[in-house]
Ligand binder design. Sequence first.
Ligand code: SF4
Ligand code: SF4
Length: 337
Amino acid sequence: MEQKYIPKASLKAWLTKVNDGGRRLYAPVTENGKTNFKRVKSVDEISMAHIQTAQSVKGVAFPRAEKLFSYVRQQGDVALQDYNPSDIPDTVVFGLHPCDAAAFKPLSGIFGWGAQDKPFSERMQRVTLVGVSCGRSDVFCFCTSVNGHPGSAEGSDILLTAVGDDGYLVEIITDKGQALVEKGAELFEAATGVSKEEHLAEVPVRFSVEEVQRKIAGMFDSDIWKKQSARCVGCGACAFVCPACACFDIQENAKGSGAGDRIRCWDSCGFSLFTLHTSGHNPRSVQSQRWRQRLLHKFCYMPQRLSTRGCTGCGRCSRACPVDMNLAEHLNEIERL
Ligand code: SF4
Ligand code: SF4
């Protein structure tokens, strides 16, 4: 892995070059007190004062709603206009934290399980991730409990770490990252004697994930799901903000009787309708079964089937929950059983 240094003033110049040439640049932007990833026209819009964005940036590869194909009835037949990957522009995401970059691994596992999901994999091929290490954390962060780290390079193509007030250590991890650095190679300097460790946030370990995974595998019939989910209102906020959640629904957007679009949109296993059968039977008819599914999927089924877990410890679900359910506390409770 090659290391370089970039002064803060040069970072803006480099991102301006990155934003040219038909690429889309997504970065954190603060509006009305909330910070979220937006497509930026000018790098002056970028804000890095937050600890965590409200939403993750998974939408660059798994959009909240996307058209999979269109259809039109023609002379007794149906003509399909398939998904066209050449419509996807090259995209650069700047400013995602290591917990968000790491979440593309479980997403890739889900969308590559059995067969490659074409829209997801085509988008991933066109995305370059420029991560920024965390210099601050809050009580909701628990990346270190799920084998992550505030300065982890996993998932990023380039990782920047602020080393003091004047500049960043730049770790170039992949060929995609190298190609992006070369858009403004003259702006980077040698990183002699620069270390990131003392500049990283401290995130305490809140539970042993190995112990949680060992215990949770035998807890399908436990009463703890009722206790933990007693106040869950099934709003689905935890899934919608999660960088690693991948539940989706397929909907029809009919345009008259002979044409329409097939749409894929985000869904949540916390919704009561998620598993409702056409017969009226619902195998997860109560919220405790949906909460059990959420935790077993992330900490049992995904490790077993995909050798990854569905949580990177970003803490968004706990920040967003309207009834203050705290995932790290619930996992800590499971560890202590
Ligand atoms: S489950 Fe919660 S803490 Fe884990 S990655 Fe998803 S939003 Fe973040
Ligand atoms: S955000 Fe909280 S209340 Fe809403 S579904 Fe998730 S755990 Fe339940």
